[in-house]
Design a protein around this ligand. Structure first.
Ligand SMILES: N[C@@H](CCC(=O)N[C@@H](CS)C(=O)NCC(=O)O)C(=O)O
Length: 79
């Protein structure tokens, strides 16, 4: 299953969540800390601390950051 590291009230995360929902894709959401310095989980998968971050192990996507890249990836892969 696709996993998304995201934060409430994050417009970039909302953009990705809308895309996942419009593609009717089930995903596991990891709601991260609002404090960047507490996001060791995000850092571990993507090497940086911004959200959103997508993991899609089925397709060897370990930790994709940048919401525009994620939306493009989802469209190309599941659209
Ligand atoms: N260019 C990034 C921007 C992502 C971004 O700025 N995310 C915010 C949350 S809405 C963030 O993680 N900021 C760092 C922080 O919370 O300290 C994208 O489009 O994915």
């Amino acid at each position: 299953m696709v996993e998304l590291y995201s934060l409430r009230w994050c417009p970039y995360c909302a953009k990705v969540e809308n895309k996942l929902e419009s593609l009717d894709l089930d995903y596991e959401r990891h709601t991260v800390s609002p404090f960047r310095f507490r996001r060791s989980d995000v850092k571990a998968v993507s090497g940086q601390s911004d959200v959103p971050v997508l993991v899609d192990s089925k397709n060897d996507v370990a930790g994709m950051a940048e919401s525009d890249d994620i939306v493009d990836y989802l469209e190309r892969t599941y659209g």
